[in-house]
Design a protein around this ligand. Sequence first.
Ligand code: NAP
Length: 283
Amino acid sequence: MSSSVHGSAIPTLDLNDGTSIPQVGLGTYAMKGDEGVDAIVAGIGNGYRLLDTAVNYENEREVGQAIANSPAGRDELFITSKIPGRHHGYEEAIGSTEESLARIGLERLDLHLIHWPNPSVGKYVDTWRGLIELRERGLVTSIGVSNFTEAMLEQLIAETGVTPAVNQVELHPYFPQTELIEFHKSIGVQTESWSPLYRDQGLFNEAPIAEAASAHGVEPAQVVLRWHLEVGSLPIPKSANPARQGLNADIFDFNLTPAEVDAITALERGRMKDRDPLTHEEM
Ligand code: NAP
């Protein structure tokens, strides 16, 4: 762990390309329109510096507006977007990224990801070559992927020699992805967790989470987000509610015991929906 981002209590982690990333980010899925802009500005006010958007969330303009409305300087913020399936391919990835930058109103993204591998399309390696070119041109600082399997990561590295900085995957106590996290660590990829709170669909009532919350005097959501840090992942919880945003970012002054971590990991039961990246594809 390295130093805190200026103006925020959220520490940063080092990435394999020499840059750093905030240890918790704000998911922005479904934050749209003026309400969405206000929710993202509130998130920045609550200490978030990493904002996670995507072409397919149709809210890159809202993220750009929030950056403009917020007192935080551009260099304090860490903006992630994602290339959708319909823009796979070398030239398409470059064009897609230029359009994202224009919508957000930025000259450079901090992190840009391939949103889904879509293996039946067979273009994720070409898309990755486009991201490598974008990094060389200075339009993106760090490049990564989302929903990639171990074999897909190995293929990208074998064919291009460039290891993604990040793999953003479904990860929560019901789907802890223990082996994938270990693989990521072995090749220097930072794991990011999407749907880290299981979208508040019952996880918080689970005994090991409720018990740890009462033992540490915190909320169950804070226990879940702290668990992500303890297992070596970087959660990007989405909340449009300022109080919950503040709570979700306030996870740096307590630790879970190894026994608590293990009990929470043992809640494993599988994915939220059938979104196995070998078969689930998004355009
Ligand atoms: P999530 O962060 O697990 O859960 C969000 C839900 O939990 C919202 O309904 C939110 O409601 C509620 N919530 C947040 N904090 C809470 C708290 N402290 N107590 C109770 N409820 C709370 O799910 P997600 O939005 O699916 O995932 C997070 C982000 O990951 C997304 O926004 C997106 O940026 C990214 N994502 C990426 C992919 C991918 O394929 N790469 C897929 C899915 C998501 P309120 O807003 O009302 O607080």
